[in-house]
Write a protein that binds this ligand. Structure first.
Ligand code: HEC
Length: 96
């Protein structure tokens, strides 16, 4: 192996390692950039839901999301969503 080949190989290994670290850090799937409802839902989720729920754990019960979440569980008393937010959250969770 010439030292140039060695350097290239080292660079490739470093790059692959760096990319896999970035991949591990993202806990959620990437939302397709052409899905406006899902992107809006992602923001609402991050602001209003992520401190208690992970997207993957809520995905299966997305159909239960309603305007007044306090009526589902008292832990969510006071969290209310507009119809649009409900639609967007469901669109977001469908991508997760
Ligand atoms: C303060 C913490 C908290 C926040 C913030 C919160 N939830 Fe919850 N949520 C809970 C708890 C506790 C339950 C009942 C136990 C459980 O299922 O995790 C629950 C249950 C649910 C359920 C019933 C289905 C299920 O998995 O049990 C849905 C649907 C839900 N939450 C949606 C949401 C959405 C959407 C948001 C954001 C708009 C949100 N929650 C924000 C705490 C929270």
């Amino acid at each position: 192996m010439t030292s140039n080949t060695f350097r290239t190989a080292t660079l490739v290994i470093a790059l692959v390692a760096a990319l896999s670290i970035v991949g591990c850090g993202t806990m959620t799937n990437v939302v397709p950039t052409d899905n406006a409802a899902a992107l809006a839902g992602e923001t609402t989720f991050a602001n209003d839901c992520a401190r208690c729920h992970s997207a993957s754990s809520l995905k299966g019960s997305a159909g239960q999301i309603i305007n007044d979440l306090g009526s589902l569980d008292s832990a969510m008393n006071g969290i209310t969503l507009t119809d649009e937010e409900v639609t967007n959250l469901k669109a977001y969770l469908a991508t997760q």
